[in-house]
Design a protein around this ligand. Structure first.
Ligand code: PHE
Length: 453
């Protein structure tokens, strides 16, 4: 029987601290920026329905598995996977899972930071009053002029990366808890303000209809894959972020309950964000399928018209930046923790190295909106490619492998011991999902996309 591992990086002060940190990781641009535009591009209701199914059938079981692996291994995902594969007498190659997670984290953060930079620049637009009374065309022009300027984008991308690395360098355990405790409720309140605005303008039901009336003829392989990818992305699964937060979780906390709380919060924020945005889209006759620009072309209209819009708009974009911030920290934490463990670097040095590499890769995304706009591969710009590769392939593949490792390679006794679920029926249900339903489901979607089935 292997002895319990311990973490050299410390532990959360309480179960609530973990929930807050994991929710901080999960709730971010993925919920407020990406979910609405993905839903808009992929036919609304049908996408939302598949997304919700993916959260329940893939997301929640894998989140539990990932937290469990982290807590059992108590190190960075790379070393956790190495240690556990030894302790469980599984193949050494499982260590690669940690590596692919670190790579996915760096790649995601490279573009995530650029988008967070857009949000930063909208804080300034909002506070300076330039969104007041803005028209649809003007909002479009404002956004276009932002992304057309590589220097402006680099500036904000740099600011955001520096913000992220400062927190990571100081250690994520202390700061996050305080930030998220106030951030989440405030963000939720502002989303509710937007919804209230739509209700008062009489357009709310248009959004509800769009999001909850599934048109099944819209479902195809791409919609399936995108909805699955979005579920992994939104819950921060498949790349070690949740695993490393799990590694700081105390032995007494219930993995099932905490995971459920995090998944519920994350999903609620995404749905509410959709309900806040689509009514504005329809009220202003905008296009639902306009992609990454969606919230930046719609929200300024609402803030520009509502009373107190300068204050609400500024607060909203500040909170969006905060939400992105608490996610970006978790994207890079696996890489930094590994450098500290492996190379014995200080957190500061490790953060500078990881931050610089990520910043550099991020320039590819910056340029994909302007000077490299016409350079495409498979019809995709650098940003689109990075997003597709990470969200639709690397994260679900990581999740699939986590399910296989936990379901098939680990000893049942270890899994049962670490999960410590008091309800045997729930445990069996989870085990059934993680062994069969989840891996087979993800695999089927992959095979479907490749065209094998
Ligand atoms: N879940 C985060 C969001 O929704 C993004 C993220 C993905 C964070 C993967 C960590 C790992 O914005």
């Amino acid at each position: 029987m292997p002895t319990k591992n311990t973490s050299i990086h410390g532990e959360w002060s309480s179960r609530l601290a973990f929930i807050l940190a994991a929710a901080g990781s999960a709730v971010g641009l993925g919920n407020i920026w990406k979910f609405p535009y993905m839903a808009g591009e992929n036919g609304g209701g049908a996408f939302v329905l598949i997304y919700l199914a993916c959260i329940a059938v893939f997301g929640l079981p894998i989140m539990m598995a990932e937290v469990m692996l982290g807590r059992r291994g108590r190190q960075s995902p790379i070393n956790t996977m190495k240690t556990l594969s030894q302790q469980e007498s599984a193949h050494k190659a499982w260590g690669l899972l940690g590596w692919s997670g670190v790579l996915a984290g760096v790649l995601i953060l490279s573009y995530y930071s650029v988008i967070a930079g857009w949000s930063l620049s909208y804080v300034i637009e909002s506070v300076s009053g330039s969104l007041k009374g803005i028209s649809g065309t003007q909002a479009g022009e404002l956004f276009e002029s932002l992304i057309a300027s590589p220097l402006t984008l680099i500036f904000w991308h740099t600011v955001f990366m520096v913000m992220t690395m400062i927190v990571v360098a100081r250690g994520v355990i202390g700061g996050l808890e305080v930030a998220v405790r106030y951030l989440m409720p405030s963000l939720l309140i502002l989303i509710l303000v937007l919804i209230a605005y739509s209700v008062s303008q009489g357009h709310f039901m248009l959004g509800v209809e769009f999001m909850f009336t599934p048109d099944f003829s819209k479902i195809n392989q791409d919609v399936l894959l995108s909805a699955m990818g979005q579920a992994f992305f939104s819950l921060s699964l498949g790349m070690g972020a949740i695993m490393i937060y799990g590694s700081y979780l105390s032995q007494q906390a219930s993995i099932a309950k905490t995971s459920f709380a995090v998944a519920l919060m994350d999903t609620s924020v995404a749905i509410l964000a959709g309900l806040a945005i689509f009514p504005i889209v329809f009220a202003n006759h905008l296009d639902t399928g306009q992609g990454a620009a969606l919230i930046f072309n719609t929200l300024p209209l609402a803030f520009g018209q509502m009373p107190g819009g300068v204050i609400f708009g500024t607060l909203f974009f500040v909170l969006l930046v905060f939400a992105a911030w608490t996610s970006s920290i978790s994207l890079i934490e696996p890489a930094v923790a590994w450098l500290v463990e492996r190379r014995g670097l200080t957190r500061i040095k490790a953060s500078i190295i990881c931050g610089f590499v990520t910043w550099l890769v991020g320039l590819g995304t910056v340029f994909s909106f302007n000077i490299w706009e016409t350079y495409t591969m498979f019809d995709k710009t650098v940003f689109d490619l990075l997003d597709y590769l990470t969200t639709n392939i690397m994260l679900p593949l990581g999740g699939l492998l986590i399910a296989v490792f936990v379901g098939w390679s680990m000893r049942e006794s270890s899994v049962r011991d670490e999960m410590a679920m008091s309800n045997p029926v729930l445990y069996q249900a989870w085990r059934l999902l993680i062994r069969f339903v989840t891996p087979v489901g993800v695999l089927l979607i992959f095979l479907n996309v490749i065209g094998i089935i």
